[in-house]
Design a protein around this ligand. Structure first.
Ligand code: URA
Ligand code: SF4
Ligand code: URA
Length: 200
């Protein structure tokens, strides 16, 4: 399967539910062989804010839902306690839809294929702001290789979309002192999305 052919297939899906069904059958890269199930995305009808992580971990692979493990609990806190939203009021997805074994980083060829699904997911969702979580997701979405510290703290205009990268919650669990900057990024993203700012 070439990235181009996968992109054509993804374009053929005319709704998120159709796209989800295509992804569930996908065997385009080697990650299909070791996954329990695909992890498409979570978020009801939410369209303003899209969080994008790197790829499913063990819990996500088991449950079929993104960000449900330890990092997910912190993301939930950011959404509910920080932003004052319910989890269903944002959308959550990943760059790759299948768990890399032993939680290794997804390989360039895996991302190059799977991005067909993410790209179409973004088109169909048409979010007001995209928040890539961590260096890998930010680098993938913006098409650059730079430390997160240089990408965060500002609004990027990428292919006509607003992108506000911030730290990955798994990184924040190891480096809690960066939570303050994350909160600044989240407030910036909320402003871009037209949501009211909240006190920290
Ligand atoms: N980390 C990610 O990047 N994505 C998940 O879904 C869970 C943990
Ligand atoms: Fe398909 Fe993406 Fe899963 Fe690879 S990671 S099998 S491209 S859905
Ligand atoms: N480096 C990363 O890869 N991710 C982060 O969130 C922060 C630093």
């Amino acid at each position: 399967m070439s990235p181009e052919r996968l992109a054509v297939q993804a374009k053929g899906a005319s709704s998120l539910e159709e796209l989800r069904a295509c992804v569930a059958e996908c065997t385009a890269c080697a990650l299909a062989a070791t996954r329990t199930q695909t992890v498409f995305g979570d978020g009801g009808g939410a369209r303003r804010i899209l969080f994008v992580g790197e790829g499913p971990g063990e819990q996500e692979d088991r449950q079929g839902v993104p960000f449900v493990g330890r990092a997910g609990a912190l993301l939930d806190d950011i959404i509910t306690k920080g932003m004052g939203l319910r989890r269903e009021e944002v959308y959550i997805a990943n760059v790759v839809k299948c768990r890399p074994p032993e939680n290794r980083d997804p390989l360039p060829e895996e991302k190059a294929l799977c991005t067909a699904w993410l790209d179409r997911q973004i088109e169909l969702l048409d979010p007001t702001v995209i928040i890539p979580l961590g260096r890998h997701a930010a680098g993938h979405i913006l098409g650059v290789d730079a430390p997160l510290g240089r990408l965060r703290g500002k609004v990027h205009d990428h292919r006509g979309r607003k992108v506000v990268p911030t730290y990955h919650p798994a990184y924040l669990l190891r480096s809690p002192h960066e939570k303050r900057k994350t909160w600044e990024d989240i407030q910036l993203a909320m402003e871009v999305a037209g949501l009211p700012r909240r006190g920290a």
